[in-house]
Every structure is written in C-alpha cells, then in structure tokens.
Ligand binder design. Structure first.
Ligand code: ARG
Ligand code: ZN
Length: 870
C-alpha cells in the first residue's frame, strides 16, 4: 500500500471503554535460541465483573509482528476457522465467561531494531514494553488496566546466558539437556503488561542490601557489562538514598525482597521501571570520576531515583489508560525533582528544571504537536512521552504542592495511596484525593489537565500614592490545535518586592495587618487586582518567584530595574531570572545589533555579580550563561533567526572580551574541588576562548591533558572543538585515542565536535555519521551526533542553504525503517518551522514533504510530520 492513502487510526480519550475481559494469571515460557524465540503463554481469562452486558463479545487480543504457532482454549487446540489473526490482532469468536487460553508464538529478537518488545543488545536479551511493546512479545490485552499475576520460565543456553532474569522472586532453576538451563520467576504483585521484563545474558553484578523502615532486608543487584564494575558504585548509592528518601518523605517502603537494575547500551529512552527489574540506558548507570561529568552524576542520581519512585507512583498505583500517562510521569518527575533538590542545591536544581520548560516545553506548547498534560488523542502513544506530559506535568503537581503546602500535599498523597493501592486509575482520581484530604474544590485547577498552550500573565504595577500600590494581573492563553479558546487557569504567583536601593521592601496586603516580605497570589480569573501598602516610594516587583507556575510572565521592566533585581533579589531563582530577562530583552528587540549602552549595562551587571562573595559558584556560573537560543525561539511567535544568531554571537564575544581579566582571574583563583567550582572555572575558560582563542588555547589544551576528571577534560575539549581550530584540532584525536573503548565517553567525543559555528560543520557531521564508532542503530549515538547538532548548534542547523534540514531529513528517513520511535523524536525538531522566515519555511516544508512521501512510513513519524504540515 502506498503511503499517500495512509490512514492510521486515531485513539481518543473520550472513547475509553473498560475491557470486557480480564487476565487474572499470566504464565509465560520463553525458549531463547540464536535465531528466534518461542513464547508460550497460558492466560487465565474471565469476564470483567464490572461488565453488565449479557452478550459476550469476541476476545480481541493485541499483537504485532508475531508468528502464531498454536492456539488452544481450555486444552483444545482451535482450528483455523475458530480464530482470526491479522497484522494487529488475534480474535477468538466463541469464548465463555471463564477459560484458559494457551498460545505459542515465534518472534525474532535478534532482528528487532526498534528496541521495543524483546530484543538483543550487546549479546544479551532485554525488553522494553512501555507503552505498547508487550504485543510484540505475544498476543495479549496490552492495556495498562489489565493487571495480572505473572509467572515466567526462561530457558536458554547456559554458557551464553548464565543469567536469566524476570520480575519478582526467583522460584526454581535447573539444568536441561544440550547445555541449556532454566529459571522460573514469580511476581506476587498483579501488574500490567507494560511492566513486564526479561533479561538474559552474561553480566557482572554489584550487590548490596537495604533494610526497610519495617526491618525487612532487600537484596539490591546492579547488572552491567563485564569489566564495568568500577562504574557502578554511584548508581548503587543513589538507589539506597532514594529508598531512604521515599520512606522519610512519603512513608513509602519497598515491597519485594529483591530489586534489580540492568544497564544496556541500546535503549530508546533513559530507563524503565519494570517491577523489581529496572532496565536502564547505560548512560544513567555507569559513572566514575574519570569517565563521567558532574552533570552525568546528577543524571544518574535523578534517573535511578525516578525509576525507584515509580514503584509507588506508577507500579503499585498505575494508569487506567495511556491518556493518563502524566498521572505517573508528572508525579514521579516531581518526586525526583524534590529528591534532587534535597541532595543538591535547591536553587540550581530549580533553574535547571525551568530551563527545560522554557527551552523545550514552551516550544512544544506553541507548535503543531501541542497537547495538554492529559492528551485527548494519539496515533502512536510513544510520541506522547513528552516534556509536556513529564515536565509540565511535574509543574502542575508542584503547583498543587505550592497551594497545599508540604503537609497538605503529603495528606493528599497518603489518601491517594490508601484509596488506590493495587489499582489502575486516572488523573481525576489523583486530583480528588488531593481535594478530599484538604477540603478543597479545585474545579478550576482541572483546566491544567484539559488545556494545552502556555498561559501568559501580564502584570502592571501602579502607585496610587500614600504608600498604596495596585498590581493588575491579566491572563490569556493562545489557541492550540483543536482548542481555539481557553478558560482561565488557576495560577499561583509568588511575589516579593525590592526597593530602588535593592533592599527587601516589606509590604502589607490591604485585607490584613501583617507586614510581610512575600505572598502567594492565586489567580482564578482573567483579570484581577491585588492592592498592597508599603512605606517604600519605589517598588520593584519580583514576580513568579521560583517559577511558581508554568506561564510566561510579562512585566515591562526597564533595564535598570532588571539590573537591580539581578544584583539583589533575595530569591536566588528570580535573581538568575532577572539576568535572563535582561539579556532576552536585548537579544529579542528590533535592533540589528546590540547597542553600546546595552552592552555596558550587561558587562557591569556581570562584573558586579561575579564579585559577590556571598554567592555560590554554580549560581554565578548559571547567571552568566546566555539564554539558550532554543528558549528564545520557543518564546517567540515569529523570529528573525539571522538577527538573533548574530546578536547572540556579538553578546557572547563582548562578555568574553570586556571581562577577559575577570575570567582569567576566576580561572586561576577558583581552586575548590566541588562541582560548583568546576562549573564556574569552565565557564570562565569558555569565555576566555571566545574572547581570544589563540591566546588561551594552551590553557585549554593543558587542562584537557592534565585533568583527573571528565568534567574538566570534556569542558576543555568542548571549548577547543568550538574554537576556530575546532574539530580539526589534534586534541580531538588525542581524546579519541584515550577513550575509544569507552562507549559513553565516545558519545561525548561525538557531541563535542558538532558544536562549531563554521559552515563546514555539516560536512563534518556527515563524516561523523560514517565513523567506525558511530552506529545508526544505537540511539545514544544518534543523540550524540544528530540531536546534539540540531539542538546545540542552531545557527548551523538553520544554515540558509538548507543543508542542516536535509541532513536531519536524511537521518529521519534512514531511521524510519530501523527505529520509528527515534525517527519520530527527531521529526519533532522541525516543529518550530512556521516561526521562521519564508525562505527557511520553504526549505523545511520541502523536507517534511520528502519524509511524508517515503514508502512504509511508520505511524510514529507520520503523526509528527502530518501535524507539522497541517
Ligand atoms: N516509564 C519510563 C520512564 O519514565 C519511560 C518509558 C518510555 N517508553 C517509551 N516507549 N516511550 O522512566
Ligand atoms: Zn517515568
């Protein structure tokens, strides 16, 4: 079938119907062979007691790319006319209210490059079933509210696969003939198919244990490729910290006697929370000081915690259907953020979280794929594991936390677990638990779940004299696909003030006698006013402190007000944000170049901040990093990118040059060994190189050669690769020779080379795609080269020749046939195209149409490209 007639089915949230059948028990037997795997299943099926209809409909199971070998019902093999197997389903027409179904299917894991279902990676078998991958293993009711008790028997060659793992607890093991052996597993907790996991291979293992708050001992096992044990300790410690944290903060204890994590190189996402057997991308497990940067360590800690926290928010209480994905993901991201805030610096964490929202989520919200955190429809569910569902979802949970306070939020969580442990539920159930535990009515708050788009809050401050001030608020939200008009949102706005001298300005709300330094104003209507009283003549408002809501806040600050906030806002987050606003204002105004006075203001502000002895080094580093180009595009409706790129270059160069001595002295006097010290020192090095790369080259080169940690070694390499000498430098090769056998370090080596502002970079990216260490089948490698280039080097991705667009389209087309999930993810990178100038729009449209015309276009890519073209 030619794809022009492509008409994939759209699934709608409003069409949800409970399943007429349940699967109470699932017994699986896997026979692993070199060329294929046989999967036998025995399913105990019965009619859903909640289904009141008298008619028993045919049983329709999901299945994809399966070779059906045998079907029997209650022990009787069915003949070909008693069932029907199509590309997507197995239908059995005459079934009773309770029966046993036995199936055998044949699958080809060694040929499975989609990395979904059962596949092989580096000689081992592993699985990825979320969202709808279990149907590539056997026919099943592959939907999350079908919760079943699983028993699994795995058989395989003992020498090649000494380890045979699945969920729960091992029951028995034994040898078979022909050098084969088996292990049987039982998971006592009923679970949806998406949490099933199997791993078989020959791996090294780091073990430890954790004693839970009720005194039970849990065995912890971390499995990695042979020879990698020296990169495991940090992940294990992070797991132990997470287990302790969830007990302390939420009273949640681990439930099985065994917790296993397996790291694999080929993985589409970060990691997966399969019950008792997490499967991880190596990127989020392997780390020691030599091979991993400080940012990598943070990533490991965060993702280990995230998957562990899913055991309660995701596994014990799961989703009724995939439209509810944010129920577990938004909540679990919020929990991992809170954990990281407790483990690291709170303000720095918050800044990093908000950067993701502004650079990716705002863009998604203003593009063709905009969806609410609880989407209304999808073609391919995998396309909805998005920054909106995850990160905006976490912001929505955070607003609840802000509105209820720590204790109220905890009470809501307790009630949620009390009501729904062991169930598959909806976002609505979560909101109800929060409301009921706190006697709230949150009818309006629900609009965050229904409506897509980023609300805009315009604020004006008016002095009425006699110490009386009025803050006027107006909210609006732009139209998004399928949602022309929006209802108001409930928006908590955290507010403080400073005066003209930069001191905290205390104030009093007009309905209260208490003098305070900060207040939480909760918007519920389109237009609202807050009246306050203060002894100060001039007030500079510090608004939306800590980013108290995922909105775009607009206040007409002048440059000097922003400079004052940047110098003295007591709220660290807003202090950083004032600097970002100052730069954003200058970068996005209508001038073709940045004026001398503007450059002067920025230089002086930076110099003052860098000299602030009270301020933490990582906050200093963050404050002097320019706003990301992606977030500048993300916040704009139309954008002149040529002008933006030029001004961004101009500003970076100016900050480098005008403060060259300051950078030099910071570089030489910041001596600490903390991540924050390294961060500041490396930002200084980067600015020095931008100022004059010839003069400071030796410094960078020496740092790369002498570094005893990957943070410094890589920062040096990056700044060298970024310089005029760039990817042609000898130091690229030196790094390669040193690290060519460390896969994850090679990813960094690839990424470092694609960030260079020279036109010839696209040729070089193409050369990297043919490098022997590159593999299009490995998602980490694709991300290291292609994603790093198109999201980290926007000036060259948007090169006016269109060569960057062509490169991306070529890669998407290649990947469409191998790994549709990754191909679709890349296709989203075109989503901002309608903001660009006519010439670039035409170039991108051409590429989108080329992709759309490809034979056998996957549903994944189709959904993204089609929406983008519409
Ligand atoms: N639940 C996993 C996590 O958040 C992600 C799984 C994503 N899978 C997918 N096919 N998109 O940790
Ligand atoms: Zn998750």
């Amino acid at each position: 079938m030619k794809n022009s007639s492509k008409n994939p089915t759209v699934k709608y949230r409003k069409d949800y119907r409970p399943s007429q059948y349940l699967i109470k028990h699932t017994d699986l037997k896997f026979q692993l062979f070199d060329s294929h795997t046989l999967v036998n299943s025995e399913l105990k099926i019965e009619k859903n007691p909640l289904d009141k209809s008298d008619v028993l409909e045919p049983l329709v199971l999901d299945g994809l790319e399966l070779e059906l070998q045998q079907v029997s019902v209650d022990g009787n093999e069915l003949s070909k006319d008693e069932y029907e197997a199509t590309d997507n389903h197995l239908t059995i027409n005459n079934v009773s209210e309770k029966f046993t179904l036995n199936l055998q299917v044949k699958i080809y894991p060694q040929k499975n490059k989609s990395l979904e279902g059962l596949y092989t990676s580096g000689g081992k078998f592993c699985t990825q079933c979320e969202a709808e991958g279990f149907r590539k293993i056997t026919y099943y009711l592959d939907r999350p509210e079908i919760m079943s008790e699983f028993k699994v028997r795995i058989e395989g060659d003992k020498a090649a696969y000494p380890l045979l793992l699945s969920n729960g607890n091992p029951l028995t093991r034994g040898d078979m003939s022909d050098g084969r052996h088996f292990v049987e597993w039982h998971d006592p907790f009923p679970k949806p198919s998406y949490l099933f996991a199997l791993v078989a291979g020959d791996l090294d293992c780091l073990t430890d244990s954790f004693t839970t708050m009720s005194g039970r001992e849990v065995k912890l096992e971390l499995y990695v490729d042979k020879g990698k044990l020296d990169q495991c300790r940090f992940a294990m410690d992070s797991l132990i910290e997470s287990m302790r944290w969830d007990e302390e903060k939420f009273g949640r204890e681990y439930d099985l006697d065994l917790y296993m994590i397996v790291a694999v190189s080929d993985f589409n996402m970060g990691a997966m929370e399969n019950k008792g057997l997490n499967v991880f991308n190596t990127k989020y497990v392997l780390a020691n000081k030599k091979t991993a940067t400080d940012a990598d360590f943070e990533g490991v800690e965060r993702v280990i915690a995230h998957e562990y926290f899913h055991n309660w928010t995701g596994n014990r209480v799961t989703c009724r259907d995939w439209f509810q994905l944010s129920l577990k993901e938004g909540l679990t991201v919020f929990r991992d953020q809170k954990f990281s805030e407790d483990m690291q610096s709170k303000a720095v964490q918050r800044i990093d979280q908000v950067k993701i929202i502004r650079s990716s989520q705002f863009a998604e919200d203003s593009g063709p794929m905009a969806h609410s955190i609880r989407p209304d429809s999808y073609i391919e569910m995998n396309n909805f594991y998005t920054v909106t569902v995850y990160n905006k979802g976490a912001e929505v949970i955070r607003m609840m936390h802000t509105l209820l306070g720590e204790q109220g939020f905890r009470a809501g969580m307790d009630l949620y677990f009390e009501r729904h442990d062991g169930q598959a539920v909806t976002c609505e159930d979560f909101i109800c638990a929060m409301e009921d535990a706190n006697q709230k009515d949150w009818a309006l708050f629900r609009n965050w779940y229904r409506q897509a788009g980023t609300p805009e809050v315009k604020v004006q401050l008016e002095s009425l004299g006699n110490g009386k001030f009025e803050l006027q608020f107006a909210q609006s939200c732009p139209a998004t696909p399928g949602q022309e008009t929006k209802k108001p949102f409930m928006i908590p706005v955290k507010i403080g003030f400073i005066n003209a001298q930069g001191d905290v300005a205390k104030f009093r709300l007009s309905d209260s006698d208490d003098v305070c330094g900060e207040t939480l104003f909760v918007m519920t209507e389109e237009n609202q006013t807050l009246t306050i009283h203060s002894d100060n003549e001039v007030l500079i408002p510090s608004l939306l402190r800590d980013f108290s809501a995922p909105v775009k806040l607009k206040f007409e600050y002048d440059q000097s007000q922003l400079a004052t906030l940047f110098a003295s806002d007591p709220n660290s987050f807003n202090r950083w944000d004032a600097g970002q606003s100052l730069m954003t204002k200058i970068l996005l105004n209508n001038e073709d170049e940045i004026s001398e006075p503007d450059l002067e203001i920025l230089k002086n502000s930076f110099a003052q901040l860098l000299g602030d002895e009270q301020l933490d080094n990582s906050l200093k580093a963050l404050a002097v990093i320019l706003p990301e180009i992606s977030s500048l595009i993300g916040r704009s409706e139309k954008i002149n990118v040529d002008r933006l790129f030029n001004k961004h270059r101009q500003l970076k160069k100016h900050i480098g040059q005008s403060l060259e001595h300051t950078w030099f002295s910071i570089y030489n006097t910041t001596s600490g060994d903390q991540p924050s010290d390294r961060k500041l020192r490396n930002v200084a090095l980067d600015y020095m190189m931008v100022a004059n790369d010839e003069q400071h080259f030796e410094l960078a080169a020496t740092q790369q050669t002498r570094a005893d940690n990957m943070t410094d070694e890589l920062s040096a390499l990056q700044t060298i690769a970024n310089s005029t000498e760039g990817y042609k430098s000898d130091y690229i090769n030196q790094f390669y020779q040193k690290w060519k056998d460390e896969e994850l370090v090679m990813d960094k080596w690839f990424s470092a080379q694609v960030i260079n502002d020279d036109e010839s970079i696209i040729e070089h990216v193409n050369a990297l795609l043919n490098h022997e260490k590159f593999s299009i089948e490995n998602p980490n490698k694709v991300r290291a080269v292609i994603t790093a280039f198109i999201s980290g080097n926007l000036p060259q991705f948007h090169n006016a020749t269109g060569a960057g667009y062509e490169l991306l389209a070529d890669t998407i087309i290649r990947l469409n046939a191998i790994n549709p999930q990754i191909a679709a993810g890349l296709s989203k990178q075109f989503n901002q195209w309608k903001k660009l100038d006519g010439k670039r729009q035409a170039l991108i449209k051409e590429q989108l149409e080329r992709i759309k015309a490809v034979d056998n276009l996957s549903n994944d890519v189709y959904e993204v490209v089609e929406k983008s073209l519409n």
